[in-house]
Design a protein. Sequence first.
Length: 378
Amino acid sequence: MKPISSFLKVVDFCLQICNNSGIVTGNDTAIPSLSTGLEMRKIKRTVTIQDVAKTAGVSVSTVSRVLNGKVDVASETQDRIRTVIDDLGYTTNLAARSMRSFKKNMVGLIMPDIAYPFAIEVMKGVNRAIAESEFDLIVYTTGDVRKSGRASHEQKYVSLLNNSITDGSIIVAPVTGEFLTDAPLVSIDPLMSDPDYPSVHATNHQGAMEAMEYLFTLGHKRIGFISGRAELESSNRRLKGYRDALERAGIPVDEQLIASGDYTTETGVRGAQELLSLDHPPTAIFASNDQMAMGVYQVAQQMGLHIPEDLSVIGFDNIMESKYMGLTTVDQFISEMGFVATQMLIMLINGLPLDSQTYKMQTQLVIRSSCQAFVETA
């Protein structure tokens, strides 16, 4: 049987920076008290060996023999049992499971790809909270936001961490809403607006509305939009903000001006190519995140367009790179989201109630030099 450790991708450099040896400073936004209110709800009970046996249609002793590497079980039966173990997220680290009653002073962070700027900003905030606590941090990643089978990987990692290694976990931008765990779990940028566990997300609809209203004040009416990952609530709320702002301004929604993306630079490039190749191209493009806005910059340069003289561009996130680009963007204080989520998790681990199941981080429009007034020529 493949050892459980082989399922895990432990990020060494993250373990080095995400402990109590130092502080990575984040945004100085004040964080309100999280100390009273709603208790953590149990999401789902832990999967047992009996569940595995029942689902696989075998006896508990047969599952036990497979787990212990016995060779007296038919290979076909072994394969079926292992598939069920993976599907259910059953944790086979029995020694660690027997120690569930002991505090480990370890929290987990599960994210799709630590190479992306959003993830780096989240880690800064998590690290700052960890540095102020008695906890250490372990990071797991699937390695790519577009990797197939991410939902099962996320469920497996949560089960492995929360049922054996950690006292609780934070999961970033998950693609699934259900997890098997009895330990605390907090999500940043959850799949849905009201998951069955505490979460932190930005006021995405409000932020998108403010970005659009700013473009209206500059005289732009034909505004392109590049959406984010369709399965995420944050992306859907930003798209709704775009549509609602147009409706409020009395401007009909032109579906040709909406391009699909997934929060990556590559889809920003494709979206910009699609929009700027229209017979009547937009005078401004609102990208759902800063990385896709970078893709817009690349296409504009290839087409000989100057920003903002020929095209105004707005992003969303306010990652570090946006400052150097002069990109006007919507700040969702990503580092603070990581900090708050970690504080919430630690409170739950320590048996303290939360003020609310959902923490909404207020967005703020940051005006730089990527937009200018549009004057319609005759």
